[in-house]
Structure formats: structure tokens, C-alpha cells
Design a protein around this ligand. Structure first.
Ligand code: DQA
Length: 145
């Protein structure tokens, strides 16, 4: 069976498409799931794609994906605050790529700090939905022989 990657989405990302389209674009989360699914297939990954507004649920899903081929995590606003997600990432073996649709560094100062960046493999931000596809490519290249 193909290796599995887990794409985990945090709070308010269920509202993509309606939520601040000038910042996050007009695509819904289902649209992004479709694009990511195509890229995952090209890169020979099985994909699990999930969204939750609850921090503890994201912690549980990170644990569940701990031995997978990798996690792509858009933790939304929890990126900037969550020690629980920081600790969950430290506790698992799978590589984690932090992604953001927007360029968080070009936005408000409170978005410039990430509690996750020090413990992830890498960060991709500012490319809209393509941030997810770039992260799938990054995971594929990481696991390539
Ligand atoms: C986001 C950026 C975060 O600052 C924000 O809280 C989000 C979305 C992004 O994808 O650009 O909810 O993670």
C-alpha cells in the first residue's frame, strides 16, 4: 500500500471560500482537498484530509499520524499560540510541514510568531492553495531514496 500523508486543518478553515477571500482566496476547503488529492496521487501517497476547530482534536490526529509518511499542518490561529500542538509535534516521528495560505509575515505582528515553526521540518506560506501542493512535493522529496 502507498505511504499515507495526513493533511490537518485547524480553526476557521472550514469557512474558506467565504472567509476573507481577499486574504485566503475563493477556494473552499473541499476545493483544496481536491487539488491536494490530485497532487498526492501523482506523488504516490494515500491522503487523509481533515479539519477541526478544536485544539485537542488536532492533538489526537497528530498522535494518530505519528508513524505516517508525514503531516501537513495548517493549524490556523493555533499556530501562534499552541504549546499543546508544539508538544504533540515533538512527541511523534513523522515529519511535519507547517503550511499557511497567506504570507503570515506580511500580516499583523501577532501572526509573525509561530509556536510550531521551531519543531517542524519546514514551513511553506503565502502560496494560497498551492502551499498544500508544495508541501506534498516537499514530503515526497524528503522520503525519496
Ligand atoms: C492561516 C494564517 C493564520 O494566521 C490564521 O489564523 C488562519 C489561516 C493561513 O492559512 O494563512 O486561520 O493559517
Amino acid at each position: 500500500m502507498a505511504p499515507t500523508i495526513h493533511i490537518l486543518n485547524g480553526p476557521n478553515l472550514n469557512l474558506l471560500g467565504q472567509r476573507e477571500p481577499g486574504i485566503y482566496g475563493g477556494q473552499s476547503l473541499a476545493d483544496i482537498e481536491g487539488l491536494a488529492g490530485e497532487r498526492a496521487k501523482v506523488r504516490s501517497f494515500e491522503m487523509v484530509f481533515r479539519q477541526s476547530n478544536h485544539e485537542g482534536q488536532l492533538v489526537d490526529w497528530i498522535h494518530e499520524a505519528g508513524d505516517s509518511a508525514g503531516i501537513i499542518l495548517n493549524a490556523g490561529a493555533y499556530t501562534h499560540t499552541s504549546i499543546a500542538l508544539h508538544d504533540a509535534i515533538r512527541a511523534i516521528a513523522a515529519p511535519v510541514i507547517e503550511v499557511h495560505l497567506s504570507n503570515v509575515f506580511a500580516r499583523e505582528p501577532f501572526r509573525h510568531h509561530s509556536a510550531l515553526s521551531p519543531v517542524v521540518h519546514g514551513v511553506i506560506c503565502g502560496f494560497g492553495a498551492n502551499s498544500y501542493c508544495l508541501a506534498i512535493d516537499a514530503l515526497a522529496d524528503l522520503s525519496a531514496p
